[in-house]
Design a protein around this ligand. Structure first.
Ligand code: ADP
Ligand code: ZN
Length: 724
């Protein structure tokens, strides 16, 4: 049986190997046992029931709540030469009849069905199922059965009777939900507790995480999309209005985008979604209403213009990128003002408990944005999975924050606040500093000495630094409806020249490009363009999305390996025998012509390809190694200098980096047990810190630091927590 599964994998799906976890699950289900599969989006859940469906006799019944996706799933299977159909309310009556007849005759491998169609509708479908051979039941999006889940569907609860009615037929439940309570609930509700649970890692290594403080204006967004022209991306914004505005803005800059939000007519929403899925427009600007019902595998980036309300949503939304396994980005521009606004949304009237939970989750989202550690590690730990950090594919790993001595600009900000006759908000101070001619600044303020002393930065840059100063407690912002700025004790220290303010300049939105990340080694770009063109053409002819014809991952292999025969084509990942038969001749023709026209020596090309693959396995892996070594030696250097009795400031000077970077190193060294925490903090102080940690009930440093009125540095808090 195991061999049969491998054969199906190769013949129909065109894949050489199973991914982690797939084989175990498939074996269980083929042998007739229940199973639960928990894998992140893009992990490869579908094969876990599709292959047993082919190997076991009878029809597999796949229950899915996502009606909009069924047609796509069935289309994709049919392109692979697999007999599949679907039944839901969107299907005309005659088609429903046809499919039912086909089912009775045992002429299909898989039937996708909506739960309401299974239990309701004409004729008793459950009775019909008792009459025919069934290979298995697959319950997709199984978290819908749980009230704990984020997507509870009452009609899913009827599925709890399935195991009683069909005790001998294996049930495989699949979900991408990371929440333990929900997982347990699924197994119990479906009566499959005895079955194996396969929980895959939730890490999505091909998604790179970037988080930046949002500056005013759209410069960061424009920078990013400019560098990722021709790639598919989702841009999430908070409100319908901002979706419309952003979409128009990008269009005015020469990008082709469409908006998507709940305020648009249903038909408009549908056609905009379709245009995106079919690669007719590359960018969709949307509220979070967008995404549930799409399966597009070649989304290269998901960009949030605002902070999501919790990490679960962030993970789910960013998870839509890179299902095909190629390098993709999750980019987030956040600001403290998002946080303030979301805090108000998080208040549930009359339900304090719920409010608390939502606010805590929001807080953790902010912590994620502001962490100086590896983002991937933070995410994994949030979902209860260990991760060693240093992922080399998130902004904090790629460029440790570069601080500069911002005491002078900070003094300008603070003296402006001190001199003005009453309190103002961030905007006013920034305009005042830049000497803005805006009417909002009255004549008498223009006479002040500090008016216009900050022409070295523009308004947005000032806002950016003022926000940082607030979050580092160099000044206070009250929580009124129109928050205003106030000086505190720390501000006076800065004004008196007794403290140094370290600021981080806005980071360039630096992301690695797909080319530099090892996914597209040695690809002929001309051939690539030709292949992409023919794929689009084939897709349009069949009225299907291009990624369904061949995935982007498959395309990259085609353009680098250049198969010239049907046999070679069938060796490319993702091309099963049906796809050789259906599209092979046109694809091969493009490749052969290209080789001839360009006079490519195929043997030499392949030898070279092999060499690059062997000597530098992939640029990414090469880099990771180098980078790790570099961090290692700098840590070691810091340790040596520290042992030689140098202070943080001295070490920073010697290594020409900023003191906060050295503090980060030292924290790491304490954690690794290289330095005793007691070198930074007394036992009594450590006890106070540990007490505060217990009270905040969190491991995160910031809440603890705030609880202690920021009397200790992060380094000291970390040290304090590590004192035994
Ligand atoms: P999920 O349902 O978990 O989100 P899918 O089943 O849609 O994920 O699979 C995601 C992508 O991974 C698809 O493009 C699929 O073709 C691909 N894939 C799945 N299994 C394998 C495999 N063994 N080898 C290569 N690609 C695979
Ligand atoms: Zn990282």
């Amino acid at each position: 049986m195991a061999e049969e599964a491998s054969q199906v994998l190769q013949k129909y799906f065109g894949f050489e190997q199973f991914r982690e976890g797939q084989q175990e699950v498939i074996r269980e289900v083929i042998d007739g046992r229940d199973c639960m599969v928990i894998m992140p989006t893009g992990g490869g859940k579908s094969l876990c029931y599709q292959i047993p469906a082919m190997v076991r006799s009878g029809t597999a019944i796949v229950i899915s709540p996502l009606i909009a996706l069924m047609k796509d799933q069935v289309d994709a299977l049919r392109l692979n030469g697999i007999e599949a159909e679907f039944l839901n309310s969107s299907l005309p009556f005659e088609d429903q009849q046809r499919v039912t007849q086909k089912l009775k005759r045992g002429e299909m491998d898989l039937l996708y069905i909506a739960p309401e169609r299974l239990f309701g509708g004409e004729g008793n479908f459950m009775e019909l199922l008792k009459e025919i051979p069934i290979a298995l039941f697959a319950i997709d999006e199984a978290h819908c059965i749980s009230q704990w889940g984020h997507d509870f569907r009452p009609e899913y609860q009827k599925l709890s009777g399935l195991k009683k009615t069909f005790p001998d037929i294996p049930v495989v439940a699949l979900t991408a939900t990371a929440d333990k309570l929900t997982r347990k609930d699924i197994a119990e509700s479906l009566n499959i507790e005895k079955g194996k649970k396969h929980i895959a890692s939730f890490n999505r290594p091909n998604i790179h995480y970037y988080v930046y403080q949002r500056e005013g204006g759209n410069r960061q967004l424009l920078d990013y999309v400019n560098k990722h022209k021709n790639q598919s991306g989702i841009i999430y914004a908070l409100s319908r209005k901002s979706v419309e505005e952003l979409s128009e803005y990008l269009n005015s800059k020469g990008f082709k985008t469409l908006p998507y939000h709940a305020g648009l007519e249903r038909s408009v929403r549908q056609s905009n979604q379709e245009a995106f899925v079919k690669d007719q427009v590359k960018i969709i600007v949307a509220t979070i209403a967008f995404g549930m019902g799409i399966d597009k595998s070649n989304i290269r980036y998901v960009l949030h213009m605002n902070m999501p309300k919790n990490i679960e949503s962030y993970y789910q939304e960013t998870g839509r990128a890179g299902r095909d396994g190629l390098k993709s980005d999750a980019v987030l521009f956040y600001s403290r003002s998002d946080y303030a606004m979301l805090q108000r949304f998080a208040e549930v009237d009359g339900n304090e408990e719920q409010t608390d939970i939502m606010q805590k989750k929001l807080r953790q989202m902010l912590d994620f944005c502001e962490t100086v550690k590896c983002r991937r590690q933070f995410l994994m730990n949030y979902f209860g999975e260990p991760h060693q950090g240093n992922c080399d594919s998130c902004d904090t790993c790629l460029d440790g924050a570069e601080y500069f001595d911002g005491t002078v600009p900070a003094q300008k900000v603070l003296s402006a606040i001190a001199r003005l006759d009453r309190s103002y908000g961030v905007n006013h101070i920034a305009e005042f500093l830049t000497g803005s001619q805006s009417k909002k600044i009255p004549e008498h303020q223009r006479q002040l000495k500090t008016y216009g002393v900050g022409t070295e930065y523009d308004k947005n840059r000032w806002i950016f630094y003022i926000r940082q100063m607030i979050s580092e407690n160099w000044l206070l912002q009250n929580n009124d409806q129109y928050p205003t700025l106030h000086l505190n004790e720390n501000s006076w220290k800065v004004l008196r020249g007794e403290a140094t303010v370290w600021l981080v300049p806005p980071k360039e939105v630096k992301t690695k490009t797909a080319e530099s990340s090892g996914t597209s080694i040695y690809m002929d770009s001309q051939l690539k363009a030709k292949l992409w063109y023919i794929r689009k053409d084939l897709a349009d002819r069949l009225d299907l999305p291009p990624y369904m014809i061949y995935s982007d991952a498959t395309m990259v292999e085609l353009a680098s390996y250049m198969p010239v025969s049907e046999y070679e084509l069938s060796k490319i990942n993702g091309i099963g025998s049906k796809k050789v038969e259906q599209f092979g001749s046109e694809i091969l023709q493009v490749i052969r012509r290209h080789i001839k026209k360009e006079g490519i020596d195929l043997d030499m090309h392949r030898a070279q390809l092999k060499k690059t693959q062997q000597s530098e396995p992939s640029p990414k892996r090469g880099k990771t190694k180098k980078k790790k070594k570099a961090t290692g030696t700098t840590l070691l250097e810091t340790l040596e200098l520290y042992r030689a009795g140098k202070s943080v400031d001295e070490i920073a000077k010697i290594k020409s980096v900023k003191p906060p970077t050295i503090e980060k190193h030292l924290t790491e060294l304490i954690q690794r047990g290289e330095i005793s925490p007691l070198e930074f903090i007394s036992k009594e102080e450590a006890a106070e810190i540990q007490k505060a940690a217990k009270e905040t009930g969190q491991e995160l440093l910031r809440p603890i630091r705030e609880k202690l009125d920021k009397r200790y540095s992060y380094l000291q808090i970390k040290a304090g927590l590590l004192v035994k």
